[in-house]
Design a binder for this molecule. Sequence first.
Ligand code: AKG
Ligand code: FE2
Length: 400
Amino acid sequence: MAKETEEHPRLILHNFLSPGLCKELEFIHKSNCTVGYRPNVFSTTLSHLIATNCAHLIMPFVPIREKLRETVEEYFGCQYELVIEFTGLISWTKAANIGWHSDDNRPYLKQRDFAAVCYLNSYNEDFRGGLFHFQDGEPSTIEPMAGDAVMYTADNRNIHSVDEIIEGERITLTLWFSRDASRDEDAKLISFLSQNSLNSYLPQPASNNMYWFPPDEALKFQSGFDIRCARLHMLGLDLYSPCEKICPSAVNSSYNLLELLMGPLQIVRGVELFDREFVNVMHVLQVAQLYSWKWSTLKATEVKEVSADIKPISQAQREDINCLKSVVLQDLQQAETFNKDLNCGKKVQYLFDWGSFSAAVVEWEAYSCNLHKEMVTNFPLWRKHGSIFSCPLDDSAETL
Ligand SMILES: O=C(O)CCC(=O)C(=O)O
Ligand SMILES: [Fe+2]
């Protein structure tokens, strides 16, 4: 436990999160994030997951939120006193940085008593720059490493900064804790969950401007790009809308064409069309990111013949694909530079083959369905207790 008199109450723990959980949270972030609250920052909040019909993706956060709260309470000597005020996945890309500050340094942040930052990827491996510094006391500099966690008081005993990101994407799981019970994130999430139907796990995109980068351009969509499509592009994938012929015409504004992302889509790689429909761009992105997360194990699984699902694209389809691409990646060069910076010099993300990709579609279904079942089983208990916690299986079976 931290001594009462400690000048800079803080705790650094290595390997607090397992490598598997780091990868899973990275997958959730890369397939759901929106353009964030500061320049070159992206975020995935739990309320955003609920709002986009992905409440099941809260499940992987549940045990780690509990473990973090218990650790903070125990170390800082405030057992049973804290509520979680905010949970989010946050990523910083090239040029993002933050100068010296304490985390309660605004009138509307005064409720924050403690912070916990867990690093999901690693300095000099996944990104360059982005070192964390405390202004006073030890340690003065922290090199973020996947799985490590930093916890500190949110007041001016722990003034800190983060260096500018030079290259890559620096991803964290960030939580703030409060002694003020009225700031309990759980209560808000439970009420939000109650208003949403929990009968499906198919993602439902938020409005397009929330995914447009840079955000200042989102009102007119005349330059910049859609971050979801940029991430797909980075994985070598394009989109085809099977619904209608979309070729450029004066009546089709960028805004209207962007609406195609909300509807059925197919995946294209080079000259090959994957002959299966996905419900919208979020569905495509989640499957593609799951592929990127698990491709090495998917390769080992036996997959049935998929060649029947792959069709060569026609000239007319190529035109439609290019047309949609020119809208979603309005500024293609900017998107490509962004992707290059995001990749941190790594050339190959994965070795692509349609057999494993088909396996990813099946795996995505199983992964989402399992989490959804878990969510539906847990939710009545969360509502009953007014808090989000890992329910022992027997207990939930008994109550339902
Ligand atoms: O990501 C980090 O290391 C810290 C970020 C930070 O200081 C903040 O979000 O207030
Ligand atoms: Fe901070």
